[in-house]
Design a binder for this molecule. Structure first.
Ligand code: NAG
Ligand code: NAG
Ligand code: NAG
Length: 215
């Protein structure tokens, strides 16, 4: 009992000492070359910070959608844009060919707001209660994807679509549901997939070969 109380007090002390959920400086432009990692990146030296650090044109150009899914996500996260370090936000541009889809995936570290810039998109997600929520958004419409839930967008129209997403994390992380399970490295045993999906090894091999990026 005394040990549990002591542990509790210790935890309280430490969380009081260390936990500050807010940033402690105005800026901390990431030094992406530093080996120091502290739940983010070390700050670049102040004298080397310039106005150019705070603007990003990586989302100006349309992404190539001539791939299997007919879509491309172009991220503007801390790895692409060092100024986001410690700021708790990031964005992404998504381009969709007619019929293209950004396949089911989740972001473990962020809630997402996606707005349609061009065209229209079916925007669906699944709750932990296994409820499917979907809607078709037209230009200017916004959907909220709650943190961590599996979601997708599909362009059911015969013209291209473009969307812009905002995240409350500098590095939301993405787990693509199908790719994670069928193309991980090293591969998960076929038994796991045949049982999980109630399919045969033949089907597992077929899905693996279709999802594995062609070299
Ligand atoms: C600042 O930038 C210059 C030129 O890029 C570089 O040589 C120098 O090491 C940098 N200084 C710091 C403190 O990072
Ligand atoms: C997509 O198109 C571009 C040029 O239009 C080409 O360079 C690229 O190889 C194509 N990619 C695929 C996967 O076909
Ligand atoms: C939502 O999904 C259902 C299938 O469950 C589909 O029939 C319907 O067209 C979708 N609705 C929208 C608005 O995309």
């Amino acid at each position: 009992m005394a040990i549990i109380v002591a542990l509790f007090v210790l935890c309280a002390m430490f969380s009081g000492t260390y936990a500050d959920p807010d940033t402690l400086q105005d800026i901390c432009v990431a030094d992406l070359t530093s080996d120091m990692k502290a739940n983010g990146y070390a700050c670049k030296n102040a004298e080397n910070v310039t106005a150019a650090d705070f603007v990003f044109d990586g989302l100006v150009k349309a992404g190539m959608t001539n791939n299997t899914m007919g879509s491309l996500v172009t991220p503007a996260n801390v790895q692409k844009w060092a100024a986001l370090n410690t700021q708790g936000v990031s964005m992404a541009r998504i381009d969709y060919a007619p019929g293209g889809m950004n396949p089911p995936h989740s972001h473990p570290r962020a809630t997402e707001l996606l707005t349609v810039l061009e065209g229209e998109l079916e925007v669906g997600f699944f709750t932990t209660g296994n409820v499917f929520i979907n809607h078709t958004l037209t230009k200017g419409g916004i959907v909220l994807y709650p943190r961590g839930l599996i979601h997708f967008q599909k362009n059911n129209a015969d013209v291209p679509a473009v969307a812009l997403s905002a995240f409350n994390s500098q590095l939301p992380g993405t787990q693509n549901t199908a790719f994670t399970l069928f193309t991980s490295s090293p591969s998960v045993s076929d038994d796991v997939l045949t049982k999980a999906f109630q399919i045969g090894s033949k089907e597992v091999k077929m899905i693996r070969s279709k999802l594995t990026p062609k070299k």
